[in-house]
Design a protein around this ligand. Structure first.
Ligand SMILES: Cc1cc2nc3c(=O)[nH]c(=O)nc-3n(C[C@H](O)[C@H](O)[C@H](O)COP(=O)(O)OP(=O)(O)OC[C@H]3O[C@@H](n4cnc5c(N)ncnc54)[C@H](O)[C@@H]3O)c2cc1C
Length: 267
């Protein structure tokens, strides 16, 4: 690990100022993805800008009454999402997903904002934000989940843009099923299903170079919300990653199995 300047700004505006015009500066949230990268010398930031002292980024709140959105601050840890009475009551599928991330250390330090900024193709939260139709709120705009994930570890965030919160519409029902890697618990394949008054959304993580929606299954489930629908749906081969430990055929099979489990868990 190389030397760097460490900053603890007290506001989002001050953090943006530290990032602006300095391509070699990096934000630090829980450090669970960034620190391994620094230890392996895969990045050499000149400055680390910690979000830890900025007030207001650790809140979980409902906006707009009982039917309103659930808003989770960027610095809320995976464990806080998993154990929050509000998340467990309003979106139990999201609380369960957060409780299945990594191990206790990862869940105690890792944050929802850090996970979404890092955009690992096998991370769990991307499936939740895409299936739930969430909005990523930054210091300057709101980005719909459909527009947010742009490629392998790529997002729509600008270089000096900071995620401040994630806004989740509350579904009627939702559930996540994951086939975890036995060592890291990252998703080999994870499927999130969300049923709302407007229809069903299904998002798949782990199987491709980025999270993607299964629109054919969404249509089938909107017509008839039954787990058997997953058997009839083919995963477009172009969405699946190639060249890893898992063949595209195996990944497609896992997508079907995880989708069935998620649908059953919703019922
Ligand atoms: C062994 C291991 C197992 C894991 N298992 C899983 C798993 O099962 N499922 C899973 O989903 N994840 C898993 N993770 C990843 C973990 O969830 C990380 O905590 C998470 O991906 C990053 O969050 P963080 O708060 O630690 O971010 P950091 O590591 O601090 O930052 C990650 C990146 O995001 C940027 N960043 C951080 N916060 C913001 C923000 N608010 N706005 C803009 N940019 C920001 C940083 O500059 C950095 O580039 C695992 C990690 C490890 C090391």
């Amino acid at each position: 690990m190389r030397n760097f300047e460490f900053h603890r700004p007290q506001s989002v505006a001050d953090a943006v100022t530290l990032l602006k015009g300095n391509d070699a500066a990096k934000l630090l949230a829980g450090g669970q993805s960034l620190l391994p990268i620094l230890k392996l010398d895969l990045a050499q930031p000149s400055d680390l800008v910690s979000l830890a002292k900025i007030p207001g980024l650790k809140e979980i709140r409902s906006e707009g009454g009982d039917r309103g959105d659930l808003v989770i601050g960027a610095l809320v840890t995976h464990d806080e999402v998993a154990s929050s009475p509000e998340v467990r009551q309003r979106i139990p599928g999201l609380a369960a997903l957060a409780g299945g991330i990594g191990d206790a250390q990862i869940r105690n330090r890792g944050t929802i904002g850090g996970s979404l900024a890092h955009a690992d193709p096998a991370a769990d939260y991307p499936a939740a934000v895409l299936a739930l139709g969430a909005t990523i709120v930054t210091d300057r705009r709101s980005i719909a989940a459909d527009d947010y994930f742009t490629g392998l570890f790529q997002t729509a965030l600008g270089a000096d843009e900071i995620i401040t919160a994630v806004r989740f519409p509350v579904p009627e029902r939702s559930a996540y099923a994951k086939f975890p890697h036995p060592a890291s618990k990252y998703a080999v394949v994870g499927v999130m299903v969300a049923k709302t008054a407007g229809g069903v959304r299904v998002a798949v993580t782990g199987a491709g170079s980025k999270v993607f929606r299964l629109t054919a299954l969404e249509q089938a489930l909107t017509e008839n919300f039954a787990w058997r629908a997953a058997s009839a749906v083919e995963v477009p081969p172009g969405d699946l990653r190639t060249g890893g430990e898992s063949s595209p055929e195996y990944l497609a099979h896992l997508v079907q199995v995880m989708a069935k489990r998620a649908i059953q868990a919703c019922q």
